[in-house]
Design a protein around this ligand. Structure first.
Ligand SMILES: [Zn+2]
Length: 441
């Protein structure tokens, strides 16, 4: 017996590659996919099982957001149209030092999870203060998350010293070992905010715990200049000397890369989180994803936070990533829709070391599934469902979402999150932040 059967007009399982199955069904038991087979066979095998057919819908694996700072949803639209260092040092960091608390992180993260689930994102990789609270919020909302054990050289509301960042990070790692949907990564913020000793310690611990290492790298040209002046080498060279460049590393941004760096990153198996919208908005440059993909690198997608985006919508990131790669390379063939779908799903899973659990609709994997309704005027007729997904769909077409077999979005509505409460809290925070921030400019 299986718990339930979901069928749809089209299923794009991502593995095998470039495949669309018509009138197939997924059989789900205890949160896992136990069969993917023609609908008729499924109904014959399990005639008693609860069964749902989604006509004119496309099923895909849940989207994997490989880089965000979820709680920053409470800063959406607070400081726009500023370059990165001005934005960070004059707006975001002062606001964080004033408002950071477990309550801020809980309310902001819940708002972000609500936005992500509705957009088909079923897993997010977070880097923020109070990762213990992020983990609690995710598990409670039936959301898969990798929480970053943040490390910084300077004090915050979360930790005062380097030792305290590590102690609290390790406590969080122990805490989430009993959470079915949450795992951890070490998350030193960036080469310009973390010195050598804590970088080496984060690498050593990530190796011991067998978890990813999540870090912003080569986000802007200014970061390279500063590193050259301070350390005499580019940030990547410094990280290479410290031993950080390996398949454990998830390097976020990477807008400034030399051809030789692209070659060596790809050889070393470094994973890239491409945050195209955040990079565009902060005018930081472009990650050379066509060259990275051609060199064999694993390129996944990230939204970054809504403070620099301003939305957690990975499907629109995939479309933009594909279009900009084509435009920059003068070649319409690069980043085809099937590759964009892989960047949305399996590449993200691989970057987070979760590709045995999620990223494709295969037997044995978790039932993390998105159903998009293609019946409307914006998405008909359908010749190629994967191209339709990347080039025509928006998050408005996401109608049903399951995480580990449990439905979190049903007919476009949340089942796990009380959105009216979350929205009321967001408004309360904005009122408080606005009342004290006047005169900040
Ligand atoms: Zn970021």
């Amino acid at each position: 017996m299986v718990d339930h059967i979901i069928s749809a007009t089209w299923i794009a399982p991502v593995r095998p590659e470039n495949t669309v199955l018509s009138d197939h069904a997924l059989a789900i038991k205890q949160g896992k996919i136990v069969a993917l087979l023609p609908l008729g066979e499924a109904l014959k095998s399990w005639p008693e099982a609860p069964y749902e057919h989604l006509d004119n819908h496309l099923l895909t694996p849940g989207f994997v957001n490989t880089h965000t700072h979820a709680a920053m949803n409470l800063f959406r639209g607070m400081a726009d149209d500023k370059p990165l260092m001005d934005w960070l040092t004059n707006h975001i960091w002062p606001a964080e030092s004033q408002w950071m608390s477990p309550e801020f992180v809980r309310d902001g993260t819940e708002l972000a999870i609500a936005e992500m689930q509705a957009a088909g994102i079923t897993c997010f990789n977070d880097m923020y203060f109070f990762p213990n609270i992020v983990a609690e919020a995710a598990q409670k909302a039936q959301m898969r998350a990798v929480v970053g054990l943040i490390v910084l050289d300077f004090p915050s509301a979360w930790a005062n010293t380097s030792d305290e960042y590590f102690d609290k990070g390790l406590q969080t790692h122990d805490q989430v070992s009993s959470y079915s949907l949450v795992s951890t990564a070490f998350a030193p913020h960036a080469p310009y905010t973390v010195s050598d000793k804590p970088l080496i310690r984060a690498l050593t611990l990530a190796d011991e715990l067998d978890i990813p290492l999540h870090i912003h790298i080569h986000e802007t040209a200014g970061e390279i200049e500063e590193s050259n002046a301070r350390y005499g080498v580019r940030p990547l060279e410094r990280l290479s000397q410290l031993g950080l460049l390996n398949p454990r590393l998830l390097a976020v941004h990477m807008t400034q890369l030399l051809d030789a760096e692209i070659e060596s990153l790809s050889k070393q198996g470094v994973n890239i989180s491409h945050c195209i919208k955040s990079n565009l908005k902060l005018a930081s440059g472009f990650a050379p994803i066509t060259k990275l993909l051609n060199a064999g690198a694993n390129v996944a997608l990230g939204t970054d936070s809504v403070a620099s985006n301003n939305e957690l919508d990975l499907l629109s990131e995939a479309k933009l990533a594909a279009l900009i790669a084509k435009g920059l390379s003068d070649d319409a063939k690069v980043v085809p829709a099937t590759q964009a779908l892989e960047m949305l799903t399996i590449n993200g899973a691989k970057a987070l070391n979760l590709d045995t659990v999620i990223g494709s609709l295969e037997v044995g994997k978790s039932a993390d599934i998105v159903a998009l309704d293609l019946s409307g005027v914006a998405t008909q007729p359908v010749y190629d469902p994967i191209a339709q997904l990347i080039y025509s769909c928006s998050r408005e077409q996401v109608r049903q979402v399951w995480i580990a077999g449990k439905q979190v979005i049903k007919d476009g509505l949340h089942t796990r999150i009380d959105t009216s409460r979350v929205l009321a809290l967001a408004k309360e925070w904005a009122t408080k932040i606005t009342s004290t921030n006047t005169g900040n400019e």
